[in-house]
Design a protein around this ligand. Structure first.
Ligand SMILES: [Zn+2]
Length: 364
């Protein structure tokens, strides 16, 4: 376990233990048949499983226990789409996001807008992501944090800004800044981070502009979507024997034929044949690791506050105004007029203008 997390991890464990000792736990025994859809059962959970933090299964087929939430507000971040209740993750993931927010601010980024992490106990979601199921994935907006606290309504409705032209798949030059590249480099710099998913246009831009140490580019992987936000994935954490590692990223910086493929017609060709159902729409408890039943049935903590991480700076940040942050070069907080109002970092990509290809599972 990396040392900077250990203090918090110890605290989370003590909190869970205290809750158990003093009988503060609302037992939440869920009797559900194996045929029930896992997304319905996990999607209904409001609080995490107050037991040791462990991830079970794979990023796109699993669950996790011992989740903690990142606070809705911190000195260097604001969480978006609060109604989704997806601010939960493995304690290492949550501490890493907080650290990234601090480090990025020190680098000159005004602060992070946080997208979805996981549901309280992970598992498949009712809407959105195929992955994000084991508490080790997090989405971070390319839109820098504004220098004021956003209202809850703004956090629901504000659109993220696409960095990529949907037709050319190239970065929109007037929106892309060196600060965006620095943010990705910082995120890739942590040993816990195994992959960062970005739109192919963004990967191409990095390939063409990063000088000096390019080794971190290996972690930055091109993928469909990911033009409004990037996706940070950390590896299986110590103590999670049931967590399935993903394949290592290929050697090299990835600025090669595998990237050139994204700028051919093939990846953007409309899918043919009958549409297959999404995995989450057919995934039952029987499809998940058997431990996910125990995760579902485990007691909850006494409340959300008991398992919310604020970082070293303490709590109640929302009560104080955000510090004046240095502005990042002219990144306009506007919505691409070509993008429908419903498009944002979380909903499935809009079906206008661009055909929706079927993702190749081996890439994710
Ligand atoms: Zn994501």
């Amino acid at each position: 376990m990396t040392t900077f997390f250990s203090g918090f991890l110890g605290k989370a464990a003590r909190l869970a233990m205290a809750a158990a000792t003093f009988g503060l736990i609302g037992l939440d025994m869920q009797v559900a048949s194996a045929s029930e859809l896992a997304k319905d059962l996990f999607g209904a959970k409001k609080l995490p499983a107050a037991i040791t933090a462990r991830s079970y299964g794979f990023y796109s087929k699993g669950c996790f226990s011992g989740g903690v939430a990142i606070a809705t507000d911190g000195p260097t971040w604001q969480a978006m789409r609060l109604s989704r209740n997806r601010r939960w993750g493995h304690p290492t993931m949550i501490a890493l996001i907080e650290k990234l927010s601090r480090d990025a601010t020190a680098d000159g980024w005004p602060g992070l807008l946080l997208g979805d992490i996981s549901q309280p106990r992970g598992g498949p979601m009712l809407t959105g992501h195929a992955s994000h199921q084991i508490g080790l994935d997090a989405d971070i907006w390319f839109t820098p944090m504004p220098d004021r606290r956003l209202s809850p309504t703004e956090r629901e409705n504000m659109s993220a800004v696409s960095m990529v032209n949907e037709k050319t798949h190239l970065v929109i030059e007037k929106r892309w800044t060196p600060a965006h590249a620095r943010l990705l480099e910082r995120a890739a710099s942590y040993p816990e981070v195994e992959r960062i998913l970005v739109n192919p246009g963004i990967k191409k831009k990095l390939c063409e502009t990063v000088t000096g140490d390019r080794s971190w580019l290996r972690k930055v992987r091109p993928f469909w979507g990911h033009d409004y936000h990037f996706h940070v994935r950390i590896g299986c954490q110590p103590g999670s024997k049931g967590c399935k590692e993903q394949d290592a990223t290929p050697r090299g910086d990835g600025c090669d034929k595998s990237l050139a493929w994204w700028f051919t017609e093939e990846p953007w060709r409309p899918a043919t044949g009958p549409a297959k159902p999404k995995a989450r729409d057919i995934m039952t408890m029987a499809s998940l690791p058997k431990e996910c039943r125990a995760v579902l049935d485990a007691p909850s903590p006494v409340n959300e506050a008991a398992v919310t991480y604020h970082g070293p700076g303490g709590s109640d940040y929302a009560a104080t105004p955000a510090p004046a942050a240095p502005a990042v070069a002219e990144t306009p907080v506007i919505t691409d007029p070509g993008v429908p109002a419903t498009a944002n970092a979380f909903v499935p990509r809009p079906s206008v203008d661009i055909p929706l290809p079927r993702p190749r599972p081996t890439n994710k």
